[in-house]
Design a protein around this ligand. Structure first.
Ligand code: CU
Length: 147
C-alpha cells in the first residue's frame, strides 16, 4: 500500500499535515529518509521547514516511529574531513526556512526498528521550543546525487 505513494504525493501530504497539526507556525515539505545500507540500523532524514511567523523558532528534538533514537545533526569541518556532530537545536528563522539536506543539517535515525526500503514511509515528529510539534511523513528513497 505505501509502495503506491510517490515521493511527490508524500511531500504534499506532509505539507498538509504540517499546516493542520502544528501549534508552532511551521510547515514541512519534501521530507525523505535515505534508504539505509543493508544490515545497518542507522540512517538520515531530510526536510525543508518554513517559518511564516514573525519570531524565530528552534527545533529542539525529534522522534520517529521507525527509530529508537533521533538526533539533530550538523556537518562540521575537521581538518580536511567533514564529520557529523549532534546539535542541541536547529533555528528556523522568522519569515524564512531551514533546509535539512545531505552534506548539511539532518536528522539522524538510530536503532531502526525495521529495514527501510525505497517506497515506504516513515513518520517523524519535530518538537519546538514553543512547545509545538510538527508531524511529517517522509518517503524512503535511495540517495542519488542531485543533477
Ligand atoms: Cu548524522
Amino acid at each position: 500500500m505505501f509502495r503506491l505513494i510517490s515521493g511527490a504525493a508524500a511531500a504534499v501530504l506532509v505539507a498538509g499535515l504540517g499546516v493542520a497539526e502544528a501549534q508552532a507556525p511551521l510547515t514541512a515539505s519534501g521530507a525523505w529518509v535515505r534508504e539505509p545500507v543493508p544490515g545497518r540500523t542507522v540512517t538520515a532524514a531530510f526536510v525543508v521547514i518554513e517559518n511564516p511567523g514573525a519570531s524565530d523558532v528552534q527545533i529542539v528534538g525529534a522522534t520517529s516511529d521507525a527509530a529508537g533514537i533521533v538526533e539533530l545533526h550538523e556537518m562540521v569541518r575537521s581538518g580536511d574531513m567533514m564529520k557529523m556532530a549532534p546539535v542541541k537545536s536547529i533555528a528556523v528563522p522568522a519569515k524564512g526556512k531551514v533546509e535539512l539536506k545531505p552534506g548539511g543539517l539532518h536528522l539522524m535515525l538510530f536503532e531502526l526498528k525495521r529495514p527501510l526500503k525505497e517506497g515506504e514511509t516513515v513518520n517523524l515528529a519535530l518538537t519546538t521550543d514553543t512547545g509545538g510539534s510538527i508531524h511529517v511523513t517522509a518517503a524512503v528513497r535511495k540517495f542519488r546525487m542531485q543533477p
